[in-house]
Ligand binder design. Structure first.
Ligand code: SF4
Length: 703
């Protein structure tokens, strides 16, 4: 209240953290944010979670980068990262903008001259705006003739997008999460919305309280199970067994919608044949859910008038992630639970703009709006627009880029707002790759673990300091506005991309963010009828919109699908085990993820005082029974090892973690969970198996 009274102004914006996209009112005094409140946005109706409400002070952290930095000639060898800000000047020296930008661009250019586009790669950011994502992919494609451009969607929902594009011709959600309130039945699988999409979770809880039958499927117990009709703690990595058993019941008991299938779906006969052996009795020992429960769940989902499915990275981050999503798509298609209010498929998107960044083409195989880089016609359209010949072959993905660096391929990278030195699997490997680059440019707001590897560091803008649009998990395009000035000499990300582009000889000129948005929109039919002026006026518009004054379409695919023939396609699946199963040496299953208070690699929330005070140290969670059996004590320091590395953290008891499992959040730089994780990829989405690898645990003293 006191802070409200003294605030000088309040600015309408959008939350910088998760894909829910809560609209905010940001109160500012003396150039600093003093308070954040929720506004009446379509995704939050005035609500905010702890991150959105209390996680703002990272913006004014004294650790913000304020001047361009260049690696010193006498710096310690690359890869020796300190994370001690007291001695960063042993590694880097301050530089003028001109010197830093010239150095940044010339190193990238040199790699391109030596090896062509194959010598360069870029990681953009799902935390940046749509305009930044569009410019970044344009810069890599036009400036270096390379499609080696990707971002963290590769680490979260790439497998979901692969399956959705293949099955229904669109990678975005078919209905918003508020559709839970219209559903008679909803499945939440491999997602922990109370931690990762907290405001969306309030909609799910409200729906359940009002009578929607909630089915929660998660190898770890969770808060939402208290509201559920069925809580299925299935064995990790057995999604396909469980889901195919449910499909088996729906088909053998005739609970499918034959009219809908005849009108809209291909592949049903093949599915019928494939799931014949996936009986609940056969799959119960595989997935750990008894046959009776599998039957009840199948009947509930199929016979409810309106059923909807939500999923998260528990589904996608597996070597069989695409297969998992294929099963979910098959469930919706055989029952006709798609295209009507209260039905649909909704991958809960993680970062605030991972939907928008993907839509804007920040991925190696497609231009904006998921149009293939390998199509000569589409490529010709961009070559005309951008005045250069473009790379005709799809680029490498996040983990492939790291592998290619170590194989002697890529020599230089431009990384904007992404932190692969924390987020990539098998960190020892990923950091070795970053250290092996001949030239690394990092554009960020903090000296992140990745920035410590850089040759040039460009201090950039925080979300609260810039104008831009962000697309949330519901396909709502929303405006974020500058609330406070940038610190020191920091500059807007889009301006820095223009500076680099022009040093590559591209002659870019944009007179502001609206001009970038309009150019991007000219390549994106999905944004037809959503002009910058309209966004300014309405603040948030769902795409696609049928007219400039028509509200966007929240529910998609009632009549047909955006495929060549308008029909959806079921793709059948087999049992594919996790890549690395527990054994005598490594008897536990390690799974990783996020926590309520911390956001992804922690670069922002670890520097937010309230959030870091609540969760200040790295922990590994284990079932109390396993703790006792292992002779460990709650609160003691333990060492967790996998075949790729070891970290030391504090042991926490958690009954939600099944016996035989351990859980580690990946946000703590002091003990990066990704030193342990398995980089093996799903063959379709190229997403690593963050959710399953073999591990062991011991007192830290015992080595
Ligand atoms: Fe921000 Fe997500 Fe929390 Fe909303 S639910 S306040 S968007 S972190």
């Amino acid at each position: 209240r006191t802070r409200e009274v003294f605030a000088e102004e309040t600015i309408d914006s959008v939350c910088p953290f998760c894909g829910v996209g809560c609209l905010t009112s940001v109160s500012v005094k003396d150039g600093r944010i003093v308070k954040v409140d929720g506004r009446d946005g379509p995704a939050n109706e005035n609500r905010l979670c702890v991150k959105g409400r209390f996680g703002f002070d990272y913006v004014s952290s004294p650790q913000r980068l304020t001047r361009p930095l260049i690696r010193r000639d006498d710096a310690p060898k690359r890869g020796d990262i300190s994370m001690d800000l007291g001695n960063y000047l042993d590694y880097f020296r301050e530089a003028t903008w001109d010197e830093a930008l010239d150095r940044a661009a010339s190193g990238l250019k040199a790699a391109c001259e030596a090896k062509g586009g194959a010598g360069v790669a870029g990681f953009g950011s799902a935390k940046g705006s749509n305009e930044e994502a569009y410019l970044f992919q344009k810069l890599i494609r036009q400036g270096f003739r390379s499609n080696n451009v990707d971002h963290c969607t590769r680490l979260c929902h790439a497998s979901s997008v692969a399956a959705l594009m293949e099955g229904i011709g669109s990678g975005a959600v078919t209905a918003p999460f508020s559709a839970a309130g219209d559903a008679d039945c909803m499945i939440v699988i491999g997602a922990r919305p109370a931690q990762n999409h907290p405001v969306a979770a309030t909609y799910f809880k409200q729906a359940a309280k009002k009578g929607t039958k909630l089915i929660v499927m998660d190898p770890r117990g969770q808060d939402l199970m208290r509201y559920a009709e069925h809580g299925l703690k299935f064995k990790p990595g057995t999604d396909v067994a469980m889901l195919n058993a449910i499909l088996n019941v729906i088909i053998t008991e005739g609970l499918y919608d034959s009219q809908y299938i005849a009108a809209h779906v291909d592949g049903f006969e093949a599915l019928k044949e494939k799931i014949r052996d996936f009986t609940p009795e056969a799959m119960a020992p595989v997935c750990g859910i008894d046959a009776g429960t599998l039957r009840e769940v199948a009947r509930l989902y199929a016979t409810s008038a309106k059923s909807i499915i939500f999923w998260g990275m528990g589904v996608s981050q597996h070597v069989h992630g695409t297969d998992n999503v294929r099963c979910l798509i098959a469930l919706a298609l055989v029952t006709g639970h798609i295209g009507r209010p209260g039905t649909g498929l909704h991958p809960l998107r993680g970062q605030n703009n991972v939907q928008g960044a993907s839509d804007a083409g920040l991925i190696p195989m497609v231009f904006p709006d998921y149009r293939s880089v390998e199509s000569p016609d589409i490529r010709a359209e961009y070559e005309d627009a951008w005045g250069r010949t473009l790379d005709p072959v799809r680029g490498l993905t996040v983990v492939e880029i790291m592998n290619d660096i170590l194989a002697g391929g890529i020599e230089a990278m431009y990384i904007q707002g992404e932190n692969p030195a924390m987020s990539d699997p098998d960190q020892a490997h990923a950091r070795k790759a970053l250290a092996s680059l001949k030239h690394l440019v990092v554009q960020d707001i903090f000296l992140t673990e990745t920035a410590w590897h850089a040759d040039v560091i460009l201090p950039a803008s925080a979300h609260a300091e810039k104008l831009g649009t962000y697309t949330n998990t519901n396909r709502q395009v929303q405006i974020g506005r500058p609330c406070v000035p940038m610190p020191g000499e920091a500059r807007a990300d889009w301006e820095l991309m223009i500076e680099i582009a022009n040093r590559l000889g591209l002659d870019w000129s944009y007179d502001g963010v609206p001009a970038i948005y309009e150019e991007m929109r000219s390549h994106m039919p999905s944004l037809n009828n959503i002009s910058w002026e309209r966004l300014e006026r309405e603040g948030t518009v769902t795409y696609p919109a049928d007219g400039p004054d028509e509200p966007g379409n929240e529910i998609l695919f009632g009549q047909s699908f955006p495929t060549a023939d308008g029909r959806a396609r079921i793709v059948t699946t087999d049992l594919v085990p996790p890549d690395e199963l527990p054994d005598e040496d490594f008897p536990l299953v390690l799974t990783t993820g996020r926590m309520l208070e911390h956001w992804h690699t922690g670069a922002m929330t670890r520097r937010a005082a309230v959030l870091d005070a609540i969760e200040p140290e790295p922990v590994v969670s284990m079932n109390p029974r396993d703790i006792k059996l292992a002779g460990l004590e709650i609160g003691q320091e333990v060492r967790v090892e996998t075949r790729r590395g070891a970290i030391t953290l504090t042991l926490r008891a958690d009954r939600d973690v099944s016996t035989g499992m351990i859980f580690i959040p990946f946000c703590f730089f002091e003990a990066p969970a990704n030193f342990l994780t398995n980089p093996q990829l799903d063959p379709f989405g190229k997403i690593p198996e963050f959710k399953f690898c073999a591990a062991r645990i011991m007192p830290s003293a015992q080595r």
